[in-house]
Design a protein around this ligand. Structure first.
Ligand SMILES: Nc1ncnc2c1ncn2[C@@H]1O[C@H](COP(=O)(O)OP(=O)(O)O)[C@@H](O)[C@H]1O
Ligand SMILES: [Mg+2]
Length: 334
């Protein structure tokens, strides 16, 4: 079986998926050399479902999201296919894409200051997006902006419409960015480590908010995190990413219970999860590889306590752990 034969959301794949990514490859040019940051990933996502992509820093999570939304510089090479709501995202001209970013897909970033322009108020920026896409007049767009701030539970929303982004606390700014991302009711929300920069209590509030909004608005979401315990709280499906590939994927219920890849097991052991404060976390030894220097065979092998010589022989093919749950590790067969 190949990854393509085992889509993440196979139950829904029969009805058409909202997002269908096939053999996506993203190549940067660095110091005169081609560097593959994303290597051949394939998955599907059904409408209204949450996929969580988990992996250490540098594994290619942000690049994957940016490729789906085509937010990468023109010099970056994209291969494969990204079909979103029936649109061929990698082939569309920029002008068409611009109209789809907002109503079809939008993104929440780790650092809200990247999404907001510091010289305009929060209200001006949200209502500008609404006006551009929906042709409402200024008053109606401002009213909608206030409703959006209420939806994301920003207290004193009227007052906050007139605030500049730097005048809000980190947590409120993140809520305002979520409001901006939701302004055109996207069918797919891409959330790139949206809680990482926040302190623990605010993290949980934002996480619960996203989950609630995702359900209420029946929106699909890809949630990216390096912390498995965060992802586990909201995911329907999980994909574990290492060195530009999905090394394990499947329904959250199965993957979190029966992790099949040593890397997933390592992430679980190093995740705070339900462990008591101060408990010792087992970190995965070593560092993720630089995509410019990946090894032959399984990229995780140099850090893997279960490696054998055959791990160097080739890219490990997917092995089925449970229904729709696969892990790319040759030790699964032994
Ligand atoms: N604009 C770029 N030019 C060259 N390499 C890049 C660029 N953006 C990201 N990369 C490389 O792609 C790899 C994956 O990055 P990224 O997707 O940001 O990782 P993650 O989000 O999982 O932490 C990293 O090795 C990073 O250095
Ligand atoms: Mg990232």
């Amino acid at each position: 079986m190949t990854l393509l034969d085992a889509p993440l959301t196979a139950d829904h794949a029969a009805s058409s998926p909202l997002l269908d990514v096939e053999r996506l490859k993203v190549t940067f040019r660095r110091d005169g050399k081609d560097v593959d940051a994303v290597r051949d990933i394939s998955f599907q996502l059904a409408p209204g479902k949450v996929l969580c992509i988990i992996g250490e820093s540098g594994s290619g999570k942000s690049v994957t999201l940016r490729a789906i939304m085509r937010l990468l510089p023109a010099s970056v090479r994209l291969k494969g296919r990204v079909a979103l709501g029936g649109h061929d995202m990698l082939a569309l001209p920029e002008r068409r894409l611009d109209r789809l970013r907002g109503p079809l897909v939008s993104m929440v970033f780790q650092e809200p200051m990247n999404a907001f322009d510091p010289v305009y108020t929060v209200g001006q920026q949200i209502s500008e997006t609404i006006q551009r896409h929906e042709g409402l007049d200024n008053r109606a767009a401002m009213r909608r902006s206030r409703e959006l701030l209420d939806l994301v539970q920003v207290p004193r929303s009227e007052e906050r419409l007139n605030a500049y982004p730097h005048e809000l606390s980190g947590g409120l700014r993140q809520r305002a960015m979520i409001a901006l991302a939701l302004a055109c009711k996207p069918r797919l929300l891409l959330a790139d480590e949206p809680t990482t920069a926040l302190d623990a209590t605010v993290q949980i509030q934002i996480l619960l908010l996203l989950r609630r909004l995702q359900r209420e608005l029946d929106m699909a979401m890809i949630f990216v995190t390096h912390d498995l315990s965060v992802g586990a709280q909201i995911a329907d499906e999980v994909a574990v990413m290492y060195a530009g590939r999905f090394v394990e994927s499947g329904p959250a219920s199965s993957l979190l219970r029966y992790p099949g890849h040593p890397y997933t097991m390592g992430l679980m052991a190093s995740s705070v999860g339900d462990k008591p404060p101060g408990a010792l976390l087992e970190a995965i030894p070593g560092q993720p590889p630089d995509p410019a220097h990946v090894v032959k065979g399984c990229s995780f092998a140099p850090r893997c306590s279960r490696r054998i010589e055959a791990c160097q022989d080739g890219i490990p093919p997917p092995v089925e752990i449970a229904k729709h749950h696969i892990a790319c590790c040759i030790r699964q067969r032994s």
